[in-house]
Design a protein around this ligand. Structure first.
Ligand code: NAP
Length: 243
């Protein structure tokens, strides 16, 4: 159980992040939902988390902005008292074939997915080091494990998250702080809605033949957030895509 703990969930307003926020709240944690721009969605998630009897607050913050992240982490600590768990789920796609990919689309994906994850870890790590406790779970992707045509920018950002995860895990392990990654395959969220994959396409791409529900990713995140002895791991929750 996570009573008395505070979890920051980036991208907590929608999709996988929202499911993680609800799951961690159901286990007793207070929740800080970080979102980019859709305040109504963040407020809805906070209401759902509060229904478990815990505190929840929403914070608008561009995770790619180093100084904004610093201020937001400080605000969470001031309002909720501590930070014990960090879940990095904020992410975007700007898909395209590499030979035609715009520089801005490469940069935007790296800035949000990889640098955003670094920014959050960078500022939370200082708190974790002070308390001698911390759990970090980063949402990578199966694309970062095996690559994906049409997603060179996204796959690079998610492979970067895996390198970041393993390095942070090694660096902070002596202080009792863990850092792991979850690598989902296809998950039914706004991010994949535009793909409009048919059942036949899903059966061809995914050994288990279907998309994941966001809650199935959140279960893995909650497992890692509660483990004292797993660190530096990448848990593929992908229906078998990466086998
Ligand atoms: P989603 O439904 O599109 O939600 C994205 C979330 O990230 C939203 O809460 C959004 O906030 C937030 N966000 C985006 N840019 C941000 C920024 N610069 N600063 C702060 N917050 C930002 O995405 P999802 O499908 O849940 O994906 C969550 C994570 O899982 C991502 O890292 C994604 O790459 C990864 N993933 C997803 C899948 C999949 O199939 N869905 C598979 C593998 C990995 P607003 O609501 O304010 O816009």
């Amino acid at each position: 159980m996570l009573s008395g703990k505070t979890a920051i969930v980036t991208g907590g307003s929608r999709g996988i992040g929202a499911a993680c926020a609800r799951k961690l709240a159901s286990l007793g944690a207070d929740i800080a939902v970080i979102y980019a721009g859709i305040a109504e969605k963040a407020a809805e998630v906070c209401t759902a988390c509060e229904a478990f009897g815990n505190r929840a607050r929403a914070y608008q913050c561009d995770v790619a902005d180093f100084d904004a992240v610093k201020q937001t982490v400080a605000a969470v600590r001031a309002e909720l008292g501590s930070v014990d768990i960090l879940v990095n789920s904020a992410g975007i796609t700007r898909d395209g074939l590499v030979a035609a990919m715009r520089e801005a689309d490469f940069d935007a994906v790296i800035d949000t997915n990889l640098k955003g994850t670094f920014n959050m870890i960078r500022h939370c790590a200082r708190l974790f080091l002070r308390t001698g406790h911390g759990r970090i779970v980063n949402i990578s992707s199966v694309a970062g494990v095996i690559g994906n045509a049409g997603q060179a920018n996204y796959a690079a950002s998610k492979a970067g998250v895996i390198g970041l995860t393993k390095s942070v895990a090694r660096e902070l392990a002596p202080k009792g702080i863990t850092c792991n990654a979850v690598a989902p395959g296809f998950v039914a969220t706004d991010m994949t809605a535009a793909l409009a994959l048919s059942d036949e396409q899903l059966r061809a791409a995914v050994p288990l033949g279907r998309m994941a529900r966001p809650e199935e990713i959140a279960d893995a995140v909650a497992f890692l957030a509660q483990s004292d002895y797993i660190t530096g791991q990448v848990l593929c929750v992908d229906g078998g895509i990466a086998i």
